[in-house]
Design a protein around this ligand. Structure first.
Ligand SMILES: NC(=O)C1=CN([C@@H]2O[C@H](COP(=O)(O)OP(=O)(O)OC[C@H]3O[C@@H](n4cnc5c(N)ncnc54)[C@H](O)[C@@H]3O)[C@@H](O)[C@H]2O)C=CC1
Ligand SMILES: O=C(O)[C@H]1O[C@H](OP(=O)(O)OP(=O)(O)OC[C@H]2O[C@@H](n3ccc(=O)[nH]c3=O)[C@H](O)[C@@H]2O)[C@H](O)[C@@H](O)[C@@H]1O
Length: 430
């Protein structure tokens, strides 16, 4: 079976590599020639543990190739995975223009039966739309099926999640499509659920929105824990041992970011509105998340007073560790607010970079973590990179003007930091 993956971003590149690793012949197609050039040369243009090694392996194994030649790629494929972006439109709904373009390209070039599988995160009803779009441009009336197969990988753990997923969801009403997808995933050991395309599409949004809800719930509780002098980490531990709750995704912090939770929660809200209802819980999930980084800033303001003329050391830019992705990262809003309030910001992240357009006279990006602390009035931890735990905090303390430590990810040990002389506050933990 020849597999074509259209869109070689985070999901497409991972999908292509994992299918190649499973032994299938895979082609990765993109419109971005620069990305393709890099991938063809074994350069992984984003940070994702373990993927580079697979890229090098399969570039030479003959299992995988990258191209921008749509016609050739589509014609030699049996199964086509759509992995293009579905960003938010200004009203919060999902922009399906990239998906539509792919559907039209497939229809235009197809030369026989194709199974088109949508892996991009798309609103309920999109499988039907893709079916229509293909039908409108299918000049020679070739047979085809469109299935939904949402992706659940996490950035930073993309390879692990794709090789060992918790579940695989196949949304199709076609036996032929279901058989092909079962065959494709036959080496996977997890449960494979076959359902309708609409259900599959909703499972994806419902899962992301539920995870976002878990986080906002814990974040709101962290604010109460502070007032009650309770450690939210212990609350999370105690709750998480209940198997009905589960121990994961209960970590309080400065809020969720990334390319998916904010976008997918608002797309689901939009779907509800289009269907004449409001998802009330999600409204509050978004509100708590928007204000959670401000909660940490308020803590600092209470301690420091005005930020004007103060020096802030910011550790971590990425929306989570082990990725260079800064889309919707809470660190960005924090930095903007600090600069807006006339603070000087010294930033360090081991991998993630600010876009070239993000400059400010009072913003310096350090190439070593050790460089941000000198004369600082406060340290803000925005991403829990392991290396921040390994810093020599004892020797950092005397370099600071005021040893204030605001740990937005509860990653350091409060007692130890206090014993070094820091004023330490986490989120629902001090
Ligand atoms: N990033 C993540 O961790 C996850 C993302 N998703 C979903 O997967 C989809 C893709 O996400 P990412 O990989 O992060 O996006 P991305 O933005 O990293 O990659 C999308 C790629 O599609 C390419 N593209 C756009 N139009 C094209 C066309 N007509 N033909 C060929 N290539 C085209 C772009 O050049 C880009 O390389 C989104 O719907 C997202 O919500 C789902 C699970 C995890
Ligand atoms: O649809 C998607 O794109 C993906 O979105 C998330 O994956 P991702 O955004 O890569 O990263 P997560 O590990 O989910 O973290 C998201 C955000 O939540 C925050 N988070 C996570 C867990 C937690 O306990 N507390 C918390 O604040 C992280 O710091 C991060 O900012 C989902 O976990 C994936 O299953 C899904 O496929």
């Amino acid at each position: 079976m020849n597999i074509l993956v259209i869109g070689t971003g985070y999901v497409g590149t991972t999908t292509a590599l994992v299918f190649a690793e499973m032994g299938w012949k895979v082609t990765g197609l993109d419109t971005d020639q620069q990305k393709l050039n890099q991938l063809q040369n074994g350069i992984l243009y984003f940070h994702e543990p373990g993927l580079k090694e697979l890229l090098i392996k399969h570039n030479s194994s003959g299992q995988l190739q990258f191209t921008s030649n749509k016609k050739e790629a589509i014609q030699k494929s049996d199964v086509i995975f759509i992995c293009v972006g579905t960003p938010s439109r200004p009203d919060g709904s999902a922009d399906l223009s990239y998906v539509k373009q792919v559907a039209e390209d497939v229809a235009y070039h197809m030369n026989g039966y194709k199974l088109v599988v949508n892996k991009s995160t798309v609103p309920v009803g999109t499988q039907e739309k893709v079916t229509e779009w293909i039908s409108e441009s299918n000049r020679h009336a070739h047979p085809y099926d469109v299935a939904s197969n949402p992706e659940f990988l996490r950035e930073g753990k993309a390879l692990e999640d794709s090789l060992h997923p918790d579940r695989i969801i196949i949304g199709t009403k076609s036996d032929r499509a279901a058989k092909l997808l079962q065959q494709l995933y036959s080496s996977m050991t997890c449960e494979i659920i076959e359902t309708t395309p609409r259900t599959a599409e909703l499972i994806k949004y419902a899962s992301n929105a539920f995870l976002a809800t878990k986080i906002s719930y814990m974040n709101e509780l962290s604010r109460l824990s502070d007032r009650l002098d309770v450690d939210i980490r212990e609350v999370a531990k105690g709750m998480g041992l209940d198997l009905r709750i589960g121990s994961r995704f209960l970590q309080a912090g400065i809020g969720y970011g990334g390319s998916c939770f904010p976008k997918d929660v608002s797309a689901l809200q939009q779907t509800a509105e289009e269907n004449g209802m409001k998802l009330q819980i999600l409204e509050q999930v978004v509100n708590v998340n928007k204000s959670q980084y401000l909660y940490m800033l308020d803590k600092a303001k209470k301690k420091l007073g005005d930020f004007a003329g103060k020096k802030a050391a910011v550790l971590g830019l990425a929306f989570k560790p082990d990725t260079d992705d800064i889309r919707e990262a809470p660190s960005l809003r924090l930095i903007q607010d600090l600069l807006g309030q006339q603070a000087t910001v010294h930033l360090y992240d081991p991998i993630a970079k600010l876009p070239a357009s993000f400059t400010h006279d009072h913003l310096t990006v350090a190439s070593m973590a050790e460089d941000v602390f000198k004369e600082a009035d406060a340290v803000f931890i925005c991403t829990e990179w392991t290396m921040f735990q390994e810093l020599d905090w004892k020797s950092i303390h005397p370099q600071m003007k005021q040893p204030n430590l605001f740990d937005g990810r509860n990653m350091l040990d409060a007692k130890t930091m206090k014993s070094f002389g820091y004023y330490y506050e986490g989120i629902g933990y001090k």
